[in-house]
Design a protein around this ligand. Structure first.
Ligand SMILES: *Cc1c(COP(=O)(O)O)cnc(C)c1O
Length: 419
C-alpha cells in the first residue's frame, strides 16, 4: 500500500492528504488510488507473461465504479460481468463487447438477448438448462452465442463459506462428473458456439493448493473432451486470488499464482482467461471516516465512527478484518471496539483491538476497502449512499456522488387508498 502513506504526520493517498478530501466531500467516503489500480493490473498481467495466450477480464462486481472500470480499460482489461447492469457499465467504460464475459446462474432471457445483440464475447453457461435457452435465443436471431461451460470441480477453496463457489453443493456450474455428457449435448445445438470450459472456485483464496487441484481436474476433463473429438480453444480459470487484509498475512502473490498456472496449464494449447477482482481493487481503496464520539464501555471503549455496515458490509457479512488507522496518528494506541451508528450489533468493525488512539472529530480509515466495499453499500437505516473519490497523483475527483436519503424518499409513494 505504498500509495497510502503518512507524510508530514498525515495519511495521504498518492499526493493528496485525506483531510482535504474529508473537508470537501464529507465522510464517510471511499478513496481509491489510480496508481495502485494500474500497478496491480500490470503486476497481474506480468505474472502471466510466460503463457502464450491470455485474456484478462476484470471482475466488475468487486468494484463497478465507472472511473475504476476506465482505469482497467486503459490497462487493456476486458470485463467479467454477472448482470446486464454490469455489462452496460463495462461498455460505458469503453471496454469492447467482444472482451466481456458473462457469468452467473440466473441470466434471464432478456439479459441474454441484450448481451447477444451487443456482441458479447463469451457466455459462461452455468447449466444445461441455461445453455439450451441461450442456444434457442441465439438461433432465433440468426446469431451464435460464443460460450464455455462452467464446471463445478468439487474442490474446497478453503475460504469463507459465503464466498466459496466450487464445492459440489454450491449453486455454480455443472457437476464435474456430468460435465462431459452435458458438453456433448450442448455443443450439438445450433446457436451455441461452445469452445471450452470455465471455473471459479471462490474468493479471497489464501492457499494455491485447491486452485491447483481444480485446474488439474479441468485439464483432465479438457483432454477427455478433446479425445471425444471436441475442439477446445478457451479455458477460463476464474478469479479469486486473495489479498492481505492485515499486517503479517502471508498470501500467495500474483507471481506465485502465475507460476502455478504456467506449470499446470501452460501446455494446454488454449487461450487462458482470468477474472481477477479483489487482487486488483482490494488494496487500492480506503474508506475514510470520522470518529463521532468515544463511548465508555465495560471492558473497552466504543469508538463510534460515521461509517457503518451499510457503507462497508464485509465485517458484518463475512466477519472480515479491515485494518483501522488514524489519518493523523499520534503514535499512541488504545484498546477499543470500533462500531458504526446502525441499530444492530452486526454493525461492528473491530472488537478488543489495539488501534491508533483517536478522539471525537478525528479522521480514520478502514484499509483494503477497494473491493466489495462501495459496491455492496445500501441505504439501510435511511443513511446516504456512500460517495467515491479517485486520486491520481495530486489531483482527485468525486467519481460517485453521495446519494441523499431525500432522493430515495422521493422515489417512494403512499397509495391513494392510504389517504
Ligand atoms: C466474484 C467472481 C470473480 C472475482 O472474484 P475475486 O475474488 O474478486 O477475484 C471472478 N469470477 C466469477 C465468476 C466471480 O463470481
Amino acid at each position: 500500500m505504498d500509495d497510502f502513506a503518512i507524510r508530514g504526520g498525515v495519511l495521504h493517498v498518492e499526493d493528496v492528504p485525506l483531510p482535504a478530501i474529508a473537508e470537501a466531500v464529507g465522510t464517510p467516503v471511499y478513496v481509491y488510488s489510480c496508481r495502485t489500480l494500474a500497478r496491480h493490473a500490470r503486476v497481474f498481467r506480468n505474472a502471466l507473461a510466460a503463457l502464450p495466450s491470455v485474456h484478462l477480464a476484470f471482475a466488475v462486481k468487486s468494484n463497478p465504479n465507472l472511473a475504476v472500470l476506465k482505469v482497467l480499460q486503459r490497462e487493456g482489461y476486458g470485463a467479467d460481468v454477472v448482470s446486464i447492469g454490469e455489462m452496460r457499465r463495462a461498455l460505458a467504460a469503453g471496454m469492447p463487447a467482444a472482451d466481456i464475459v458473462f457469468s452467473g446462474v440466473g441470466k434471464t432471457a432478456a439479459e441474454m438477448v441484450e448481451a447477444l445483440e451487443a456482441g458479447l464475447g463469451q457466455f459462461n453457461v452455468e447449466s444445461e438448462e441455461e445453455g439450451a435457452e441461450l442456444a434457442a435465443l441465439a438461433a432465433a436471431r440468426g446469431l451464435i452465442a460464443t460460450a464455455t461451460l462452467r464446471v463445478n470441480p468439487d474442490v474446497d477453496a478453503g475460504t469463507h463459506a459465503k464466498i466459496s463457489t466450487g464445492k459440489a453443493d454450491n449453486k455454480f456450474g455443472v457437476p464435474y462428473d456430468r460435465a462431459a455428457a452435458i458438453y456433448t449435448r450442448l455443443v450439438a445445438l445450433p446457436g451455441l458456439g461452445l469452445r471450452g470450459l470455465a471455473l471459479h472456485i471462490g474468493s479471497q483464496i489464501a492457499d494455491l493448493g485447491p486452485s491447483e487441484r481444480a485446474f488439474t481436474r479441468m485439464g483432465a476433463l479438457m483432454q477427455d473432451l478433446r479425445s471425444a473429438g471436441h475442439v477446445i480453444t478457451h479455458m477460463d480459470l476464474g478469479g479469486g486470488l486473495g489479498v492481505p487484509y492485515r499486517a503479517g498475512d502471508d498470501l500467495p502473490t500474483p507471481a506465485d499464482y502465475g507460476a502455478m498456472v504456467a506449470r499446470v496449464c501452460g501446455g494446454w494449447d488454449v487461450t487462458l482467461m482470468f477474472e481477477p477482482g479483489r487482487v486488483i481493487t482490494g488494496n487500492a481503496g480506503v474508506l475514510l471516516t470520522e470518529v463521532i464520539r468515544v463511548k465508555e464501555g465495560v471492558n473497552a471503549p466504543f469508538v463510534v465512527v460515521d461509517a457503518a455496515m451499510n457503507d462497508l458490509a464485509r465485517p458484518a457479512m463475512y466477519d472480515a478484518w479491515h485494518d483501522f488507522a488514524a489519518v493523523r496518528p499520534s503514535g499512541e494506541t488504545m484498546l477499543a471496539h470500533v462500531v458504526g451508528p446502525i441499530c444492530e450489533s452486526s454493525d461492528t468493525f473491530a472488537m478488543n483491538r489495539t488501534i491508533d488512539r483517536v478522539v471525537a472529530g478525528d479522521l480514520a480509515v478502514f484499509r483494503t476497502a477497494g473491493a466489495y466495499g462501495a459496491t455492496m453499500a445500501s441505504t439501510y437505516n435511511s443513511r446516504p449512499l456512500v460517495p467515491e473519490v479517485l486520486v491520481d497523483a495530486d489531483r482527485w475527483a468525486i467519481v460517485a456522488d453521495r446519494i441523499d436519503p431525500a432522493a430515495i424518499l422521493a422515489a417512494e409513494r403512499v397509495p391513494a387508498w392510504l389517504g
